[in-house]
Design a protein around this ligand. Structure first.
Ligand code: MN
Length: 265
């Protein structure tokens, strides 16, 4: 089990990776359950994920209260995290995002998000859709702004890995941070590919066995993706890591997240 300090380091990386991979922009957030205190989780204060540093991480109880008397404003939608941790003992990390390609699958009836390739077997059989009107009535602001809405979202998620939120985004869970980040990235990839395939004709999705086998295989090699994604946001060569390749990967058009340089490893 990672120490709380190590979890914070990984959570900072997760924030930067999710931005660099186009899963979050100025909005969205990622949390990790404190393994030493399962009734607590770690989540940044309210800010853009790409700018999060270790000093920005706050500790919360499952009710969404900030611990330790820290007065910096938390994310309004922190109840997503607390209520999923309460409902799902197996969940150790949660990503909430508004990545653009998943939005159509939350609003179009008859087009559920399903695993189209082996990288997204975790989506099987399909991602459920949370309808906030069922919990908050017809005049909400679409946000999970209290415990009751967080609990309703957790019920929609059920035992699945991903729940879409109609007209809003998605929430993705994992047994650890790396798995949650991997799933969030490939949920967006799957949504983009599925939209393209549906325009071409009838689509063959992974069946139950293919999805389960592919997901189990990917879980064994999560670190391969994590290490690459981390290199893009971490930059080359710290004392504890081997030197980075001479030519750095090309940056995405929207640019990498930036380190502020104060972080020691
Ligand atoms: Mn949101």
């Amino acid at each position: 089990m990672l120490s709380t300090r190590a979890l914070i380091e990984e959570l900072v990386d997760a924030n930067h990776i999710l931005y660099d991979q186009g899963v979050v922009d100025g909005f969205g957030h990622v949390s990790v359950r404190d393994g030493a205190r399962p009734d607590r989780f770690l989540l940044a204060r309210s800010m853009a994920p790409a700018l999060v540093d270790a000093a920005d991480i706050l500790a919360f109880d499952l009710d969404g209260n900030v611990l330790g008397g820290d007065r910096r404003p938390p994310y309004l939608e922190r109840f997503i995290h607390g209520e999923i941790y309460r409902a799902r003992a197996d969940v150790m990390a949660v990503v909430h995002n508004h990545s653009p390609c998943v939005i159509p699958f939350g609003v179009a009836s008859g087009a559920p998000l399903r695993p189209i390739c082996h990288m997204s077997g975790f989506l099987h059989p399909e991602a459920p859709v949370f309808e906030i009107r069922s919990a908050a009535g017809p005049a909400s602001d679409m946000l999970i702004r209290d415990r009751s809405l967080g609990a309703a979202l957790a019920r929609s998620l059920g035992e699945r890995a991903v729940v879409l939120m109609r007209g809003h985004g998605a929430t993705v869970v994992g047994a650890n941070l790396r798995q949650a980040v991997f799933r969030a990235v490939y949920t967006e990839v799957n949504a983009r590919l599925q939209s393209e395939a549906l325009r071409l004709g009838a689509v063959t999705f992974l069946n139950a066995e293919e999805a389960a086998n592919a997901a189990a295989m990917n879980d064994k090699v999560l670190s391969r993706a994590w290490d690459l994604w981390r290199l893009r946001v971490q930059g080359p060569a710290t004392a504890s890591r081997p030197a980075a390749p001479k030519s750095r990967p090309r940056r995405r058009a929207h640019g990498p997240s930036t380190r502020r340089g104060s972080r020691q490893r």
